[in-house]
Design a protein around this ligand. Structure first.
Ligand code: SF4
Length: 530
């Protein structure tokens, strides 16, 4: 474990390291693809709106959630008799066109966008997952990551290697229950969910549809967000509130941790399928820091304003004399604004981000990788030459992109670079649906803050203390998961994270294992697909 005081107290005095002595950049494609930040693991959306163009509404909803996943997109709709599913690899806008959306007619539907780790980029992992069993068709979409997938796969009788994802295992368990209990006519899906959900552990915000209803489920810890909106003549469920805005729905409330809502012709019904003792709110703190859209509402608080407050707290905690406060676009900008406001130091742009760059590209050599960073971020020389900069970013995970950026700023004439990070050091891997890489890949898991400062080539470095971060959310008494910062995992993980879990080989070969899946010795673990 670590100590906030150490992190923030000693690093302001550091002598400026020599940039000429810095080792060569060792950027990976992964750093380039995601700015070195952890990747989000999916967005889910559902709509019940008889008479409306539900396929188009689903399209708009998942389009608004594109930031949560860019690998694949899918929509399933129901016309009251049959389900139609369209899904494919790629961005929402490239998967769907007018012809496909016209075919997705009906009264209700669900949608999904998926984030990928390198080795799991495959059509078979795209969602929604569809099943047709005992006269019940259903489709399922998932955001999060189960931590007991192997045990559940065994329970479902799936042979090792047969399940491609935790979502498939869920679908299999539901199918098994439907097959064995065909008597619950009219409420088959609800019955199966009530029976199966309590056995699931980890992070899962789910949306489902059968022929007659949509269903939303949030795990007992509420790791991933899910909210309810009211549409003229219907209802909407979405990972984040901006997806409600875009379809013209108004925000009603967040789904509670441990709650299941069933939406059909009779309206919205709430069910609590989990034992009460398991309900313990632990929303992912990084939804506030980085993952969620700034216009989202979490725990009733606006995310953008929370990020501005993080910057204000950072200025209070780690002041330094400088000429300009700049944020790392886009996600570091609100905290930079807050830092500037509190410190009174002018706020300005120091880096320009190319808005049109895609997430996925392969740069074959280190030289080209360095160029690829410039494809994304280019320094604004006129603003930074001869200046002492305070650079604000929201997080540092692997650090390689940050290091390249600092080098660029110095080459562009910055006389000092003081890095301020609006979250504590990221030291532990996430098992609840974020793609962070293994512990061995996390910069702060392997270095002290002073070593990180030297590695990044900055004059001073400070991370926001955890208590200040939680205060900044505006909902400090609500429950949060902080496992990647503290190593305190709210739901048991089936691995010893103090041992090294190396994923680089798997990434290179494009073969099995994600960081968020339990790496158990046998049988082969199904992958997360959400
Ligand atoms: Fe979020 Fe970190 Fe918890 Fe994962 S471990 S859910 S990234 S706070």
């Amino acid at each position: 474990m670590w100590n906030d005081g150490d992190v923030t107290g000693t690093d302001h005095e550091a002598a400026r390291p020599s940039s000429s002595g810095a080792p060569a950049l060792d950027l990976t494609d992964r750093d380039l693809a995601d700015d070195g930040r952890p990747g989000e693991e999916c967005g889910v959306f559902a709509v019940y709106a008889p008479g409306a163009k539900v396929g188009h509404l689903c399209y708009l909803g998942i389009f608004a959630l594109q930031h949560r996943g860019q690998e694949s997109a899918g929509i399933a709709t129901s016309d009251g008799h049959h389900l139609t599913v369209v899904k494919d690899m790629g961005l929402v806008s490239s998967v769907f066109d007018d012809n496909k959306l016209v075919a997705l007619d009906g009264q209700m539907g669900i949608g999904h966008t998926r984030y990928s780790t390198t080795g799991s980029s495959a059509w078979m992992n795209s969602q929604p997952v569809y099943r047709d069993v005992s006269h019940t068709q259903f489709a399922l979409a998932h955001n999060g990551n189960l931590t007991n997938t192997v045990a559940l796969a065994e329970e479902a009788g799936m042979l090792p290697g047969l399940a491609n994802s935790d979502t498939e295992v869920m679908a299999e368990l539901l199918s098994m229950h439907l097959h064995r209990n065909p008597q619950c006519v009219g409420h088959e899906l609800e019955g199966a969910l009530t029976a199966v959900l309590p056995s699931m552990k980890g992070a899962f915000s789910l949306v489902l549809t059968d022929a007659h209803r949509i269903v939303g489920v949030r795990d007992p810890n509420g790791f991933r967000p899910l909210c309810l909106g009211r549409l003229d003549g219907g209802w909407v469920l979405a990972s984040e509130s901006p997806a409600l805005d875009v379809v013209g729905a108004h925000f009603v409330r967040e789904i509670d941790p441990g709650e299941m809502v069933i939406i059909d012709q009779d309206g919205v019904r709430s069910v609590r399928p989990f034992p009460e003792e398991r309900v313990d709110p632990k929303l992912c703190l990084f939804e506030f820091v980085y993952f969620a859209r700034p216009d989202s509402t979490l725990y009733g608080r606006n995310v953008h304003l929370a990020r501005v407050r993080m910057g204000e707290q950072l200025a209070q905690q780690a002041p330094v004399d400088a000429d300009l406060v700049m944020g790392v676009p886009e996600s570091g900008l609100p905290a930079a604004e807050g830092y500037a406001r509190h410190s009174g130091i002018p706020f300005g742009a120091g880096l320009v981000k190319n808005r049109y760059i895609g997430r996925t590209f392969i740069a074959p050599t280190q030289d080209m990788r360095a160029m690829a960073v410039r494809m994304k971020l280019n320094p604004l020389r006129e603003n930074i030459a001869g200046k002492r900069l305070i650079v604000v970013d929201d997080s540092i995970v692997r650090g390689t992109t940050t290091r390249a950026m600092v080098q660029m700023l110095r080459e562009a004439g910055a006389t000092e670079v003081h890095l301020r990070v609006s979250s504590p050091p990221y030291r532990w891997p996430c098992f609840y649906g974020m793609d962070t890489g293994s512990r061995s890949e996390l910069l702060a898991a392997n270095m002290e803050v002073s070593e990180i400062r030297d590695y990044l080539g900055v004059d001073t470095l400070s991370y926001l203390a955890l208590d200040r971060l939680i205060q900044s959310t505006g909902a400090p008494t609500a429950g949060y998961c902080t496992a990647c910062l503290t190593g305190d995992y709210p739901v048991e993980i089936p691995v010893d994270v103090s041992t090294t879990i190396t994923l680089s080989t798997e990434r290179e070969t494009g073969h099995v294992a994600t960081p968020e899946l339990p790496l158990e010795p046998a049988p082969a673990a199904p992958r997360s697909s959400s």
